[in-house]
Design a protein around this ligand. Structure first.
Ligand code: SF4
Length: 717
């Protein structure tokens, strides 16, 4: 066995650096790198089991093309595949204009790829229809930071964990979704038993079990809970008057807004007793430093941005921001969700934290890319859910998908499937085939994955990391960025001729110069040497920045952060007599997104072999359901049948479904056949955590659901 090198883990936003050992490109052992600031040697089961996911029988090795959805795919060469897609794109652009095409990407894509998508679609096709599955994870956090603090991006870092007196975890099951960061919290608590961990979550998750205090907020009751805390904090005199006076705006309006609300009424909406709210408020008031982690539980809501604003209001009120051990810390789900934001992948963004609505930003980009004035449209493009709606209506005609599996991960899957079937052209860049999405494609392009290319990514704490190519990709698979560059050339554009990933990176970081996410000092040469740097890092000798806003100057025009009064709003679809239960969805420790990778690791599959629905025993008793019984779950959009898992950790009236398993593993029973595609007004993030469902026990002679985790044999070459 020999060392094969190091790479950032391709799974979650913690961004662990992992070291691989084996023979040639056969990975036999994986361990966390001790010197890596993101994980300090830590690793979780998913990272440790990357070996079996690298060379599998379903790895794509050549481009695949079919002229009709009734045909089988045939292997073609790269020129044929890209010329075919380019001809259809050119015709559609000529006939219908740039609104007829779109790109749906992912937080899995490296920053080089994200940058080239933006450059090609926004800067050359005049099409802002680029979005990402990050829209499903953290668009509300982006909008929350921007509206409250004037600028996106977390102010905090992982090193704040040991310095915080109180760690508040809200709407995040970190122990399963960001395990290495949660391990660090556990270790910190062990060293400092006086450190307080508070979890606010409707479910008694593994994270909640480790907390000093768990408040089981009613699903959708987050804003009411945060407002109650805000009011109590003001009433008990916990306001940091100096900070609020010098560095914020809108406090008086916020105070009046809260004074008009009744804590008992807020407590009823939040489903948390007033006594518990007072107890938590006292802990916050007494804490020298408050660090809050949050994730999908706050974000995946039609009022996700408001939930973010409401949490940030508490940090402003208590002055718990811009100092060590304190601040609102939005966790990102994917390894490069942050890089997507920096590179301008979301439909309203441009590279370097710029925005399509801003005339100056458009002009800067057009000049940099040497494009005619007015090339970049000022209208934000379609977001994730909107793309699939437009596709079904026929307004959007061609969709290019990369690094994501929307036929499992988007809400309202029946609609998503109808939309993809209606498209004139679906191109999918992926590592594996078949997936639920590649099965609906016209062109499939084989991708070199994480260990098979040079790439750059940014984790949850703004840490930019370089990962080198460790072994060759199979067959003709190419890095995503090269596929985009070749497609741009097939469309007839110049300016996409790059020698390597470093050259793309060095071009991109020029666009961050002087911007909030300044990475001008993190050149590819320097990153190859030091491996990782936290932005802002404006000059080649700059050490990087652990914490933002230490000077208390925020990203607003006058540098002051904003209190934003936000009222409780009901979720878009509430339970009624027909659909009396609340469905919430989420992740499990052992699996990643739609199982394209983790289903190939037997050790992970053994731990969680198939989908299930978690039901409170009280509800189960009323339905006559025992552990393991097959339960039918129906919403206004679909019906699935899954084995019941009785668990007191879900509140009565609520059920939980992990969203990992798609049609490849349990045909027709994916969680997202049920979920609602309602989206927020500003962040446009779908409400994946809340919809109304009905439950019914399936007849006892109904055949048990079986899952198939090994449709494809895994092997190492
Ligand atoms: Fe990978 Fe996340 Fe696990 Fe770290 S915590 S090894 S980044 S999945």
């Amino acid at each position: 066995m020999e060392p094969l090198g190091e790479s950032v883990c391709p799974y979650c936003g913690v961004g662990c650096r992992l070291a691989f050992e084996g023979v040639k490109n056969q990975v036999l052992r994986v361990r966390g790198v001790e010197a890596a600031p993101a994980n300090l040697g830590g690793i979780c089961a998913k990272g440790a089991q990357l070996g079996p996911t690298i060379r599998t029988a379903d790895r794509l090795t050549k481009p695949q093309l079919r002229l009709s959805r009734h045909d089988a795919f045939r292997s073609v060469d790269w020129d044929t595949a890209l010329r075919y897609a380019a001809e259809i794109f050119t015709n559609l652009l000529h006939t219908h204009g740039p609104q007829a095409v779109a790109f749906y990407g992912s937080g899995q894509l490296d920053t080089q790829t994200v940058y080239l998508i933006t450059k090609l679609f926004k800067g050359h096709l005049g099409c802002n229809n680029t979005d990402s599955n990050s829209r499903l994870c953290m668009a509300a956090a982006v909008a929350g930071y921007r509206t409250s603090l004037g600028c996106d991006g977390p102010p905090t870092c992982y090193d704040d964990i040991e310095l915080a007196d109180l760690i508040l975890i809200m709407g995040s099951n970190m122990a399963e979704a960001h395990p290495v960061t949660f391990d660090r919290i556990r270790a910190s608590k062990k060293k400092r038993p006086e450190q307080q961990i508070v979890v606010i979550d409707p479910r008694r998750t593994v994270t909640a079990l480790a907390a000093d205090l768990h408040l089981a907020v009613a699903p959708g009751g987050d804003i009411a809970l945060l407002n109650a805390l805000g009011k109590i904090l003001i009433n008990i005199g916990a306001v940091d008057r100096a900070f609020v006076g010098d560095h914020t705006r809108g406090f008086e309006e916020f105070r009046q807004f809260l004074q008009a609300q009744d804590v008992n009424e807020l407590s009823a909406v939040a489903g948390v007793a007033p006594g518990e709210l007072f107890a938590l408020a006292s802990r916050i008031a007494e804490a020298g430093s408050l660090l809050s982690f949050y994730c999908m539980g706050l974000n995946q809501s039609t009022v996700g941005m408001w939930k973010n604003n409401s949490l940030i209001n508490l940090h402003l009120l208590t002055g718990q921001i811009g100092k060590p051990g304190a601040g609102p810390f939005s966790l990102t789900g994917q390894p490069n969700a942050m890089g997507g934001r920096e590179g301008g992948l979301l439909s309203h963004q441009l590279p370097g934290y710029r925005f399509v609505e801003d005339a100056l930003h458009r002009a800067e980009l057009e000049a940099f890319w040497q494009r005619p004035k007015g090339t970049i449209s000022q209208k934000p493009g379609l977001t994730a859910v909107e793309m699939f709606r437009a596709l079904e209506k026929g307004q959007l005609k061609a969709l290019w998908i990369a690094g994501t599996n929307p036929a499992v991960s988007l809400p309202d899957l029946h609609q998503v499937r109808r939309a993809l079937q209606k498209a004139q052209l679906v191109v999918v860049q992926d590592v594996y085939h078949p997936t639920e999405t590649t099965r609906l494609a016209d062109v499939i392009l084989p991708v070199a994955q994480w260990g098979e290319k040079d790439w750059t990514s940014t984790n949850s704490e703004r840490m930019v990391s370089y990962s080198p190519k460790l072994w060759d990709p199979p067959g003709e698979a190419l890095p995503d960025w090269q596929i985009l560059a070749r497609f741009a050339a097939a469309l007839g554009f110049e300016g996409f001729n790059y020698s390597d990933a470093g050259q793309v990176w060095d071009e991109f970081i020029q666009l961050t110069k002087g911007r909030p996410c300044d990475m001008a000092g993190a050149t590819s040469e320097r990153l190859r040497d030091v491996t990782s740097l936290q932005w802002p890092c404006p000059t080649p000798d700059h050490p990087g920045t652990k914490r933002r806003y230490l000077d208390k100057v925020f990203g607003t025009p006058d540098g002051k952060a904003l209190f934003l009064p936000r009222d409780h709003r009901e979720p878009r679809e509430v339970p009624d007599h027909e659909f009396p239960f609340i469905l919430t969805t989420g992740r499990l420790y052992t699996h990643w997104h739609t199982l394209t990778r983790t289903a190939k690791a037997d050790k992970l599959v053994k731990r969680e072999p198939g989908p299930f629905v978690e039901v409170n025993p009280e509800d189960a008793g009323q339905l006559g359901v025992d552990d393991g019984d097959l339960l039918q779950i129906s919403s206004r959009r679909g019906t699935v049948q899954l084995p019941a898992r009785l668990h007191t950790g879900v509140l009565p009236g609520m059920v939980f479904l992990p969203f990992h398993w798609g049609d490849q593993f349990c045909e027709g029973n994916a969680a997202n056949y049920l979920t609602i595609s309602a989206i927020g007004r500003v962040a446009k993030q779908p409400e994946l955590k809340f919809c109304a469902v009905a439950l019914e026990k399936v007849r006892s002679d109904h055949p048990q659901l079986t899952t198939n985790h090994s449709p494809l044999t895994t092997h190492q070459p």
